[in-house]
Design a protein around this ligand. Structure first.
Ligand code: ZN
Length: 449
């Protein structure tokens, strides 16, 4: 029993470390063969209060990203409209000063136009201010939620159970939103009072665009690309090119003379400039002109395939997630797989356990919470089959570790590769995470003892 307690504790510790550094965890005893006296939950009571896991980072990061986006939009409005206003003002002043044909009426009209424009700016800015206020309130609610975890004294504290329940609700809502079940997610959030903790609006607008793409409409996704042009370019996203390519394919699909001419003009404007970046696709685009949709030409048939729409929707979803710093997989999957990894031991999938009907089953199939290893239970055994072990028999630490002046440790080879990629002179290295640059001689070798 004592052995198993230690095992759980070590797992708990590993869970906390799992995302911060890939340190080799201590050797864990194999899964106990006899049914345990306590279930896993009660063993977890020994675990000290865990800090919020890395998967909760996005909880604060997303409102922050949205705030930045909102600020940028407000800034753009001010820049654009004040520039226009200055021009209007200058024109009016010149006309009045020169006195050429400018009556009092004209001057009043142009002043009215300016006032109208400024009212428009005020309206737009008020909307941005509302969004900002809502996002700040959301961030505050999330900070309170994460802060509650620090008030919990241990996993046996009743408050911890309430907190984990809330987290599970959050993860479920995230899962539902990512799969397009927006109404269900909204209802769940409302019932549990966690509206401020889930990003319903963001996912709703995302699924609107995704569904439009699936339905064969590009306009929504293109508008989104224009809105986020700079960021997408920084990310080197292929999305806009693929959307333009699809527009081109749709023009050719019609096979009507004016549309084909339009397709050529479209290619010149939107595809040819990417000749060096996406040579294969641009070449295919050229060839496509000679291949009507009915022809069963293997090299071109896939361009006319309806499956391209689903692919475009996937490319959009990926771009959307990375733009907002959201993990590509549902958070529920992350939590589940790290939990399964932490509890999994080699004995859980030994031939006897996996055989099922083998007769002499060391871990009889059973339901969770009945005093057996959770991974050996019928519900989780299959799910855990392909997840990696938290326990590593081999060290994954790089062999050539060096210490940077900022006390961060990396492999020397990785640092020099990174420096080469960043185009630094040979004598310099760059911190992979923080981006700080140091001379090569400031590195100190690290020996693991
Ligand atoms: Zn087991």
């Amino acid at each position: 029993m004592a052995e198993h307690e230690q095992f759980t504790l070590k797992h708990g510790e590993h869970l906390l470390l799992v995302r911060s550094r890939p340190s080799p965890s201590p050797r864990l005893p194999d899964c106990p063969t006899a049914p345990l006296e306590k279930d896993a939950t009660s063993l977890l009571t020994k675990v000290p209060t865990p800090p919020p896991p890395a998967q909760d980072q996005w909880l604060l990061r997303l409102p922050n990203e949205l705030l930045r986006k909102n600020f940028r939009a407000a800034h753009f409005t001010i820049e654009k409209d004040t520039a226009a206003l200055k021009t209007l003002l200058k024109d009016a002043a010149t006309a009045a000063a020169s006195g050429r044909g400018a009556t009092q009426q004209d001057a009043l009209r142009s002043l009215d136009a300016m006032l109208g424009r400024m009212r428009g700016v005020k309206r737009k800015l008020a909307a941005h201010a509302d969004t900002e206020e809502r996002l700040h309130a959301q961030s505050a609610a999330r900070i309170v939620h994460l802060d509650q975890l620090y008030a919990v004294r241990g996993a046996d504290d009743v408050r911890y159970e309430a907190w984990s329940r809330r987290r599970l609700d959050r993860l479920l809502a995230d899962y539902l939103l990512r799969h397009g079940y927006n109404d269900t997610a909204e209802q769940l959030a409302r019932e549990r009072g966690i509206e401020a903790l889930v990003d319903i609006d963001t996912f709703k607008s995302m699924s609107h665009i995704r569904e439009a793409l699936r339905g064969g409409s590009i306009a929504e996704a293109l508008a989104w690309c224009t809105e986020n042009k700079k960021e997408l370019r920084k990310m080197e996203s292929k999305l806009e090119f693929l959307l333009r390519f699809q527009q081109y394919i749709e023009l050719i699909r019609t096979q009507s003379q004016p549309k084909l001419l339009e397709a050529i003009a479209h290619a010149k404007k939107h595809l040819i400039p990417y000749w060096h970046t996406y040579p294969t696709e641009v070449k295919q685009a050229g060839g496509l002109l000679a291949v009507p949709p009915g022809a069963s030409h293997r090299a071109y048939a896939h361009l006319y395939a309806p499956a391209r729409w689903a692919h475009l929707a996937d490319v959009f979803t990926t771009a959307h997630y990375s733009l907002l710093g959201l993990p590509p997989a549902p958070l529920l999957h992350l939590a589940l797989s790290s939990g399964l990894s932490a509890l999994k031991t080699p004995a859980c999938h030994s031939s006897a356990a996996a055989g099922g009907g083998g007769g002499k089953n060391k871990h009889p199939p059973s339901t969770i919470g009945h005093g057996v290893c959770p991974i050996c239970s019928v519900e989780l055994n299959d799910l855990a089959r392909n997840v990696p072990y938290a326990h590593h028999t081999k060290s994954h630490v790089e062999h050539d570790l060096v210490l940077l002046p900022n006390n961060r440790v990396y492999g020397r080879q990785r640092l020099s590769e990174q420096a080469k990629k960043a185009g630094l002179p040979q004598a310099l290295v760059k911190d992979i995470v923080t981006g700080e640059v140091y001379p090569g001689e400031s590195l100190r070798r690290v020996f693991i003892t």
